[in-house]
Design a protein around this ligand. Structure first.
Ligand code: DC
Length: 242
């Protein structure tokens, strides 16, 4: 329930592979609909960052799991105007940009595959969803974290297009990058995220699949908003204005 209101919270789950456009879409939708946007990937990234900076060996599953259970992760509205969509604190340290480093990119799939790490993160994600209407983004939101979400979207795009988007994003940030290694790393992450034993990336049976290949952000936003309004109306849920 939303605090002080007798309206059941509305949950929208958005899953899909890396660079399928989830975060951009969820951020825009949340602003339009007045929902909280929560990107669960930052939690796995924060644990990976902490392991790397504290010299916890990534192959030591027990040590990484302990770290995940002890690390205090907070996701707040932006505290600095530098283009961020939110601020991420790990034990009080602002790691908003540090968790996007190539080192974290290269290791996060491994950390996210540890069952103990996931068991530490999922209850925190559910608590956040219980606070109010939320758009939650990840890999297992519709399947595991919020199986009863009101609307489930699964965003997809070809691996080549997703690698191209990531490569353009890196160049826009002034980072030197060739396309081929970005494509290879995207393939590797897809492989790890989709084939791990616990909560592998996959569309929930009741998810609406949205292929964003060749579509502009505006086109995807319009289509997603139409699908969400339609799904909420069919459930008799109050439709946000906007
Ligand atoms: O969406 P992202 O690239 O920030 O995700 C980082 C990693 O975390 C990626 O390997 C997938 C994983 N992840 C996950 O396993 N479950 C989630 N709910 C969110 C992200």
């Amino acid at each position: 329930m939303q605090a002080g209101l007798n309206i059941p919270a509305t949950t929208i789950a958005i899953d899909g592979p890396a660079a399928s456009g989830k975060s951009t879409l969820a951020d825009l939708l949340a602003r339009r609909l007045g929902y909280l946007y929560f990107d669960t990937g930052v939690m796995y990234r924060a644990v990976t960052w902490a392991a790397l900076t504290r010299n916890v060996p990534l192959e030591d599953e027990a040590a990484v799991t302990r770290l995940a259970a002890e690390l205090h992760i907070e996701v707040l509205p932006p505290t600095v105007e530098d283009g961020r969509r939110y601020t991420v604190l790990a034990d009080g340290v602002d790691v908003t940009w540090a968790i996007r480093s190539p080192e974290v990119d290269a290791s996060v799939s491994r950390v996210a595959a540890y069952p103990g790490v996931r068991s530490a993160m999922v209850p925190q994600q559910r608590r956040i969803a219980a606070r109010g209407s939320v758009i939650m983004v990840g890999r297992d939101i519709g399947t595991v974290v919020l199986p009863d979400a009101d609307v489930k979207l699964y965003l997809d795009a070809t691996v080549e297009e997703r690698a191209r988007r990531r490569w353009l994003e890196m160049r826009a940030q002034g980072r030197e990058a060739d396309y081929e290694p970005v494509l290879a790393s995207m393939r590797q992450r897809d492989e790890m995220d989709s084939h791990r034993d616990v909560s592998p990336l996959c569309a929930a049976h009741d998810a609406i699949i949205l292929d964003t290949t060749g579509k502009s952000v505006e086109e995807v936003l319009a289509e997603a908003e139409r699908l969400i309004r339609h799904a909420l109306a069919a459930k008799g849920k109050p439709c946000p204005s906007g």
